[in-house]
Every structure is written in structure tokens, then in C-alpha cells.
Design a protein around this ligand. Structure first.
Ligand code: UDP
Ligand code: MG
Length: 329
């Protein structure tokens, strides 16, 4: 039976969370009016996660899973899930129960009202450090100002997508997958359901500061050309400042010939200032060129070592490179 609902859960070293996550999600699955599949995506976990996924599949045939051949990162894990799920209605949620599965019924209600995309919007983050809250707050507002699509603030990847949108996302060729940006980019009828984000059920955060920072840069660079223009502005500013300095030096030459300021200091300032402007500009260029490089390489987004439970595959687009032949069952 082809499922109508697909829930995608990316998993990276979540052995402490998997059973509780399954318990809560299966309660929601039991309430649904049609066939549901729970697609777990193992993102190269090094703990017992994959083993537990296999066990869950044995116990409950609604559980299907993919295993990426190494850790490719959260966005790629979700992308892999989107490539494989078969449902008409697809929901993406985290394994650590920070995205309450009970909200899914509310999201489906909105889908019935005719919305193609229903994203969950945090109105509160419970018990997360001030630094993370502050960074997230600042980032979403900067992104909103810079990005050329309207990416709603305080939304993560927790969302419901209609099949039409999933097919569009799957057809997008880009390697840099900032899913919440792409999701806004496609358009259609979108709406929010508000929720309070719970703390992690167990285990440590898998998004390290480094990964979060990389995701933030990715979001801005993938959806805005403003940083590129920034170097033009800085260059213009530097030009104005240096003209001003020329006038100043001229003034000192004529009216205060003995001023000590005409000497080394002003030259040093000019050198440092211009050096800084150039380095920042080169850095910004690098961010974009690096992404162009990623895109032209045309490497597959991920490699798979195990695919289980998808015997009736949903076929819309050519599947990315599948390294395995281990489609069991
Ligand atoms: N995750 C993943 N690959 C990674 C990092 C995280 O699949 O490289 C998964 C993780 O297992 C969890 C979700 O992404 O289900 C969100 O991760 P986390 O809770 O650490 O991030 P945060 O809550 O800070 O967004
Ligand atoms: Mg989390």
C-alpha cells in the first residue's frame, strides 16, 4: 500500500531518543485517517541508532529507513528522505522531540484548508542557552533583511509539504540545500502554525556551533547577493575616506606645516583600512566561488549504504546515485 502520509526524521547519534520518538510519533500515526510511513534517515551515526532503526522496521512495517554511507549533515539527510518518501503529505521533524509530533494533526488540518506548505514557527524556545537564542534571533532577522525571498523568522525545518512541493524540491539541482529557504522560494500557499519549542528529550546537540554557523552562512549566501555588493560599498567608503584624508594632508601642509599627524600614522591607517576592506571582499567572493565550485562538480548529494522498506518506490525524478543493492524485504 502506498502511504498517504510520510514523516521524515533525520537521525545522527540519537540512540537515547529513538524509542521515545517512535512512541510519540506512532501515537500520531495511529490517529491518521490513512496509511502512514515513518522514514528514518540515518546520517552516518556511530552509535546504536541504525541497529535500533532495523529493529523498529522489524516490529512495525510502517517504519522504513535509509542509511547514508557517512555523516552528510542534517540538510542532506532530509533531502535524501524527500527523494525516497512516497506520501501525498510529507512532514519533516527532528529526532530529539524538539518538534512535538502532536502538532502534525494541526498541520494536516491546515493542509486540508488548501495550504501546500505548513511550517511550524517557534514562539518560544524552552530552556536553551541565551547565546544560542540570541544568535538565532539575530540570524533570522539578518536573513530576512538580506534574502531575496521572504523566509519567515524563527522557522526551522519542521514543516508539512504537499507532494507537489516535494517534487519541485527534488527537481532542484542545487547542491547547497538550505531547505527552509528553498521551501519559501517555491511559493504556493504557505502558512504557519505556532508552537513552543521544547528542550531536547535526551543526548547532546548534534548541531555544533561550527555546523550552525556554516548553515547560517549557507542560508545567507544561497539566498542573497547583498554581501557581494557589500564589498562595492566598502570600496566606495574607502575611496571617500581617502579623498578626505588627501584634503586633510593638504590642509596641514598649508596651514599647520609642523603637524606631527601628517607622518606615519595616517599612512598606516590607510594601509590597514584598505587591507581590511580587500580581505573582507576576497572572503565574500570566496564564499560564492566556493559554492559555484560545489555546483559545477555535479557530485551526487549523498551515498547510500542501506535502503529498506521502499519496495513500491515513488518515481518522479531520477534518483541520485545509489551505491547499494541491499534493498531488503
Ligand atoms: N542531525 C543530522 N545530521 C547532523 C546533525 C544533526 O541528521 O549532522 C539531526 C539530529 O539527529 C536531529 C536533527 O538533525 O534529529 C536536529 O539536530 P539538533 O537537535 O542537534 O539541532 P538543533 O535542535 O539545535 O536544531
Ligand atoms: Mg534539537
Amino acid at each position: 500500500m502506498i502511504p498517504k502520509y510520510s514523516f521524515i526524521v533525520p537521525i545522527y547519534n540519537e540512540e537515547e531518543n529513538i524509542n521515545e520518538m517512535y512512541r510519540r510519533i506512532s501515537q500520531v500515526m495511529n490517529q491518521m485517517d490513512d496509511v502512514v510511513e515513518l522514514c528514518l534517515v540515518n546520517d552516518g551515526s556511530r552509535d546504536r541508532s541504525l541497529q535500533m532503526m532495523r529493529e523498529l522496521h522489524q516490529e512495525d512495517s510502517r517504519v522504513v529507513y535509509l542509511s547514508l554511507a557517512r555523516n552528510f549533515g542534517h540538510q542532506i539527510a532530509v533531502t535524501a528522505g524527500l527523494n525516497f518518501v512516497r506520501g501525498q503529505i510529507v512532514v519533516i521533524l527532528d529526532a530529539d522531540l524538539q518538534d512535538p509530533p502532536e502538532l502534525i494533526t494541526e498541520m494536516v488540518e491546515q493542509w486540508r484548508q488548501g495550504y501546500h506548505i505548513v511550517y511550524a514557527q517557534r514562539i518560544k524556545r524552552r530552556r536553551e542557552g541565551w547565546f544560542k537564542r540570541f544568535m538565532a534571533y539575530a540570524f533570522y532577522r539578518i536573513l530576512k533583511r538580506l534574502a531575496d525571498v521572504d523566509i519567515p523568522t524563527d522557522t526551522g525545518d519542521f514543516c508539512l509539504l504537499d507532494r507537489q512541493v516535494v517534487d519541485l524540491l527534488n527537481a532542484m539541482p542545487e547542491r547547497n540545500r538550505y531547505i527552509r529557504g528553498l521551501r519559501s522560494w517555491v511559493g504556493f500557499n504557505q502558512t504557519a502554525v505556532k508552537f513552543e519549542r521544547d528542550p531536547r528529550f535526551a543526548g547532546d546537540v548534534k548541531y555544533t556551533f561550527h555546523k550552525s554557523f556554516a548553515l547560517a552562512i549557507n542560508g545567507i549566501v544561497s539566498f542573497s547577493k547583498v554581501p557581494l555588493r557589500l564589498s562595492t560599498y566598502l570600496g566606495l567608503l574607502a575611496a571617500v575616506v581617502s579623498m578626505f584624508m588627501c584634503l586633510l594632508v593638504l590642509y596641514w601642509r598649508i596651514f599647520i606645516p609642523n603637524s606631527p599627524l601628517t607622518g606615519v600614522a595616517i599612512i598606516l591607517i590607510a594601509i590597514f583600512f584598505l587591507g581590511a576592506v580587500q580581505l573582507v571582499s576576497i572572503g565574500i567572493l570566496g564564499e560564492y566561488i566556493g559554492r559555484i565550485y560545489e555546483e559545477v562538480k555535479q557530485r551526487p548529494l549523498y551515498t547510500l549504504s542501506e535502503v529498506t522498506g521502499f519496495e513500491q518506490q515513488y518515481q518522479a525524478d531520477p534518483q541520485p546515485l545509489d551505491m547499494s543493492s541491499s534493498s531488503s524485504n
